[in-house]
Design a protein around this ligand. Structure first.
Ligand code: ADP
Ligand code: MG
Ligand code: ZN
Length: 609
C-alpha cells in the first residue's frame, strides 16, 4: 500500500470541496470514501443514482499526486464526466476509440508528463500490451472502476471487456482501487470484489432512498387528456415518459408534438444517428420530453430531469427504481408518476405467456405481480420500494408519496359497486366492461338496444357518474378480487366470492381512489422547481436562458455550466458581488471566474427593473 497522503500544508478534503466544487457539505458517505482513498485503501461502494459517486474520486484525484485512472463503460458517459470535471477546473481527459490517432497520442503525452488529474479510459485498453507498459512509466494515483457491476455476469449490464480490469491490482501495485455502482445485490457485490481482486476494501452500502423524489401512482385513463394535463404541471421542465412498445413511443411522441410540446422518441428501432441526436437534444435542453422505451437511460448523466412518467407498467420493481432514478440527480425535487390500470395487465400477460423459456416466464410473472402489488397498494410507495431492496424504512410517513401525502380520496362506493355487480349478474356474466358501463349510464347505442338491455332494472341507474368513474370502480373491484375478468380478446366480467359478499351487503367498498383534485395542489407544491418562491421564477427563467447560451458557446450540456439547484439558489438569493456568489452551492473557484460576470449582470439588471 502507498503511504497515507495526509501531510501538513496539503489542502483538506473540506477545503477542496468548497474551492473546486463550490459545495457546502459532503453528501452522506462521500467524506468517508474520500478519506479511505486518500489513506490508500481499496473501496467498494454502492450508492444510488444521484448519490454523488463522481465526487468521491474526483476530489481525491485532484488532491493526490499523479493521475487517477477512471474506467467507465460508455463513451457518452466519459465525455460528460470530463466536461463536468473540466468545468470545475479539474485537469481531465478521455482516452477511447472516439479519438483519432493524433488525439490519442496527445492525451498519452500529457499523461506521461503528469499534466492530468483524471484520465477516463475505456475498459478494453487494459487488454492492450502497449497501454499496460505505458502505465508502468506514469505516476498513477489510483484506479477507479465506475459502473462496476458491468464486471459481473450476475448484473444486468455485463460487459466482457470489464474482465480485463482484474489485472489492475497486479499491474499497478501500491495504489488504491475503487469500485462504484448503483446496483448491486449481495451476490453481485461479492462477485465484483472477487473479480477486481480488491484487498480488504472499505465497503460502503448506502441507503437506496432518494428523498428528493416524490412517487405517485395514478389511475390511468384512456385517451390523451390525462397525460397532457400532467405535462402542463411541468411546463418547460425536462422529463422522460416511458412506454413499453416502439409503436406507443412513436404515437405518444407524435401526439405531443402535435399538441405543441417539444418531444422526441427514443427506442432501439431508430437509427443510431437518430437516437444519438434525440438524446443529445435532450441533454442540451433543446427539447423537454423524451418518450422512450427502456432502451433509454443508461449513459445519461443529465442532472436536471424533473419528472419521469411511466405511461405503461414497468417490467419489474428493479427497473422501475432504475428508471425513476434518472430524475432529480441534482438533489432538487423531482416527481415520478406511474399511470396504472388493471386493464394493462392482460397486455403484459400476453407477452409473458408467449415466452418459451419456462424459467424466464416464471420470473417475468413474478416481477409483474410485484409491480401490480406495488401499484395497487395503499401503503407508502417509498417503504415498498426500499423493502424490495431489503431495506427497512423507519419513518411512519415519508411525506413524498401519493399515499403519505394523502392524495387518495376515500369514498364509500358500496352502493355503486352493488349496481355494477348486479348488472353483471343480470346479464349472466357474458359482457365486458364497456357494455356493462353502457348499461349503467343508460347509453342508447345499437348494441344496448339489440340486446334489450335498456329494459333491465339496472339500466341507467348509474348515470350520475361518468364512464371514467365506472372504469375506475371496475379496476378497483378487479384489484380487490371482487370480480374477475376472462381471458381472450373480449374479456367478460364475472363475480368472485368477494363480489358476492359486497352484493349481499356483508362487505363495504370504500377504498376506491377516485379523485386527484386534492392531489394536484399538494403534490405540485413539491413538484420540480415549484419549490422556488414564485417571485423568483422569472429570474430563474432568465438565468436558464443565459446558462443555455453559455453552454452552447462552450459545447457542453447546460447542467455542466450550473445545476438547476445552483440556478434556483441564484434566483432566490440574488447575489450582487462575486463574494456573495461564491456562497451559492455549485459555484467554485473556476466557475466563479468563468461565469460570475455574466450571471451577476443578468441578476443586477433584473433587480433594477
Ligand atoms: P452518481 O454518479 O452517484 O449518480 P453524480 O456523481 O453524477 O451521481 O452526482 C449527481 C449530482 O449531485 C451532480 O450534479 C453533482 O454535482 C451533485 N453533487 C455531488 N456531490 C454533491 C454535494 N456534496 N453537494 C451538492 N451536490 C452534489
Ligand atoms: Mg455516476
Ligand atoms: Zn410514503
Amino acid at each position: 500500500m502507498s503511504t497515507p497522503f495526509f501531510h501538513s500544508g496539503a489542502e483538506s478534503p473540506d477545503g477542496a470541496l468548497h474551492r473546486i466544487f463550490g459545495f457546502r457539505s459532503f453528501r452522506p458517505n462521500q467524506e468517508a470514501i474520500v478519506r479511505a482513498l486518500m489513506d490508500g485503501r481499496d473501496v467498494f461502494a454502492v450508492m444510488p443514482t444521484g448519490g454523488g459517486k463522481s465526487l468521491c474520486y474526483q476530489l481525491p484525484a485532484v488532491l493526490m499526486p499523479g493521475t487517477a485512472l477512471v474506467v467507465s463503460p460508455l463513451i457518452s458517459l466519459m465525455k460528460d464526466q470530463v466536461d463536468g470535471a473540466r468545468a470545475n477546473g479539474i485537469r481531465a481527459a478521455v482516452l477511447n476509440s472516439s479519438l483519432d490517432f493524433a488525439e490519442q497520442s496527445a492525451v498519452l503525452r500529457s499523461l506521461q508528463s503528469g499534466e492530468l488529474d483524471l484520465l477516463y479510459v475505456a475498459p478494453e485498453r487494459f487488454a492492450l500490451d502497449h497501454f499496460r507498459e505505458l502505465l508502468a512509466s506514469c505516476r498513477i494515483s489510483m484506479a477507479v472502476i465506475d459502473e462496476a457491476h458491468c464486471i459481473s455476469e450476475w448484473g444486468h449490464d455485463f460487459r466482457p471487456d470489464y474482465l480485463a480490469l482484474s489485472s489492475i491490482p497486479e499491474l499497478l501495485p501500491g495504489i488504491p482501487v475503487a469500485a462504484f455502482t448503483a446496483t448491486a445485490t449481495e451476490r453481485v457485490q461479492h462477485d465484483i470484489v472477487r473479480k477486481l481482486r480488491l484487498r480488504d476494501p472499505f465497503v460502503l452500502r448506502a441507503s437506496f432512498d432518494r428523498p428528493n423524489l416524490t412517487y405517485e401512482v395514478r389511475f390511468k385513463e384512456a385517451g390523451e387528456a390525462q397525460l397532457i394535463s400532467i405535462l402542463k404541471e411541468f411546463a418547460g421542465q425536462s422529463g422522460i415518459i416511458y412506454r413499453t412498445s416502439r409503436k406507443s413511443v412513436n404515437d405518444t411522441a407524435a401526439m405531443l408534438q402535435k399538441r405543441g410540446f417539444r418531444a422526441l422518441p427514443y427506442h432501439a428501432g431508430l437509427s443510431d444517428k437518430e437516437r444519438h441526436d434525440n438524446q443529445d437534444a435532450f441533454i442540451r435542453d433543446e427539447l423537454e420530453i423524451v418518450v422512450a422505451t427502456v432502451a433509454f437511460g443508461m449513459g445519461i448523466d443529465k442532472s436536471n430531469v424533473r419528472f419521469v412518467i411511466h405511461a405503461d407498467l414497468p417490467k419489474s420493481i428493479e427497473s422501475y427504481y432504475q428508471e425513476t432514478g434518472r430524475a432529480g440527480r441534482d438533489g432538487e425535487a423531482a416527481r415520478c408518476i406511474l399511470l396504472f390500470s388493471q386493464s394493462d395487465i392482460p397486455k403484459v400477460r400476453f407477452f409473458i405467456d408467449a415466452m418459451v423459456d419456462e424459467e424466464e416466464r416464471q420470473r417475468a410473472l413474478d416481477s409483474l405481480s410485484k409491480v401490480v402489488a406495488f401499484a395497487s397498494s395503499t401503503a407508502c410507495r417509498r417503504r415498498m420500494l426500499l423493502d424490495y431492496f431489503g431495506e427497512t424504512y423507519t419513518r411512519d410517513n415519508c411525506a413524498s408519496c401519493d399515499v403519505c401525502l394523502g392524495l387518495h380520496e376515500l369514498t364509500d362506493c358500496t352502493v355503486e359497486a352493488q349496481m355494477l355487480l348486479s348488472a353483471i349478474v343480470r346479464t349472466d356474466s357474458r359482457f365486458g366492461a364497456a357494455h356493462l358501463i353502457d348499461i349503467l349510464v343508460g347509453s342508447k347505442n345499437q348494441k344496448i338496444r339489440d340486446s334489450g338491455h335498456d329494459r333491465l332494472k339496472v339500466y341507467g341507474i348509474g348515470k350520475e357518474h361518468d364512464k371514467k368513474f365506472w372504469r375506475r370502480l371496475i379496476d378497483d373491484l378487479i384489484a380487490r378480487k371482487a370480480i374477475g375478468r376472462s381471458e381472450g380478446l373480449y374479456p367478460m366480467l364475472y363475480l368472485l366470492d368477494g363480489g358476492v359478499r359486497i352484493l349481499k351487503g356483508e362487505e363495504k367498498v370504500e377504498l376506491v381512489r377516485i379523485t386527484e383534485k386534492k392531489g394536484k395542489s399538494a403534490a405540485s407544491k413539491r413538484g420540480g422547481l415549484d419549490v422556488l418562491a414564485p417571485e423568483s421564477k422569472p429570474l430563474f427563467e432568465e438565468l436558464r436562458k443565459l446558462r443555455k447560451r453559455l453552454a452552447d458557446e462552450q459545447g457542453v450540456p447546460p447542467y455542466v455550466v450550473f445545476s438547476d439547484k445552483t440556478l434556483a439558489e441564484l434566483s432566490d438569493i440574488q447575489p450582487s458581488t462575486p463574494a456573495e456568489m461564491l456562497i451559492i452551492s455549485g459555484v467554485g473557484e473556476v466557475k466563479l471566474v468563468r461565469y460570475a460576470a455574466h450571471f451577476l449582470d443578468v441578476i443586477a439588471r433584473y433587480k433594477a427593473r
